[in-house]
Each structure stands twice: as structure tokens, then as C-alpha cells.
Ligand binder design. Sequence first.
Ligand SMILES: [Zn+2]
Ligand SMILES: [Zn+2]
Length: 160
Amino acid sequence: MASAHSTTDSEPTALHLGGDLRLTRQRREVYDVLLEQRDHPTATELFIRVKERVPSISLATVYNCLETLAGAGLVKQVNLDRAPSRYCPNLDDHGHFHCTSCGAISDVDFKDGPQHSRLRLPRGSVVSQIDVAIKGLCPECAARARQKKPDTRKSRPALN
Ligand SMILES: [Zn+2]
Ligand SMILES: [Zn+2]
């Protein structure tokens, strides 16, 4: 991947959408911030982070940038239930583990591909994307839960 701060015009062609140079720069900042901290932030969380670098940026612009990046295939939108969308720059086929306690989302890599070869799909189907959402407790929350109530085997957590 080209360096984000390269002085030459070496950005991926996918980013050459629209003619507004300022927006292109903002788009790049949004993308950089997404790449730096891969915790699947919401648009609002991203906005707060990007604002530290581009104080003039607005939330609407961040949404705009995300839409363009998603449209260009550089960023994936992660949706779970009715929660606000999260954004993920990992373009490899992967699933997401959602912690139901703290809300953390982490990438789950598939061990051996191609994944759909293991699924019983209707005959003749062509897979274009795999979305796997796994819910549970992240290691920190699981450890905390174990400390709180040592005997959790009797009361099973409610599945929502
Ligand atoms: Zn957690
Ligand atoms: Zn992800």
C-alpha cells in the first residue's frame, strides 16, 4: 500500500473519486485513522479521532468519506442488530466477534480457505461475500465475569 504521506500522487485510483482536493485529503485522513486503530469505530468515534488532525472536519464529511471509501471497496461496513454501523479496513474475508458486555469488536480470521467450501450452500450458488458475526465475551470480560461469580454454569446468559 502506498504511504499515506507520500508527496507524489501515488494514491490508489480508487480514491480518485470526485474532484474536490480538500475532500480527498479528508478522505485520506479518515482512511488513515481507520487503519491505525483497528477497533471498528463508529462514524462518531472516527469523527472524534479525525478531528484531532483535521479540526475543521464535520461529522457529515466523515460520513461522506466513509461512504466513498466503502463504495470504492476500501472499507467494510459492519452492522449488528440496531447498533450504529462500525467500519473496518480489513478487506480479507473475515468474521467479527462482538463482545456483548463491553461492545468491543475484533476480527476473526478464517483458518483455512475458501470458507464457503465448508458451508452447505444451495447448489449453484456463487458466493460474493461472507459475513460472520459471533457474539460472546471478549477475554477481558470473560475473565471479569469469572471473578464476579465463580459458578456461572447454572445460569446461562440470555441470548439476545
Ligand atoms: Zn468485552
Ligand atoms: Zn473487521
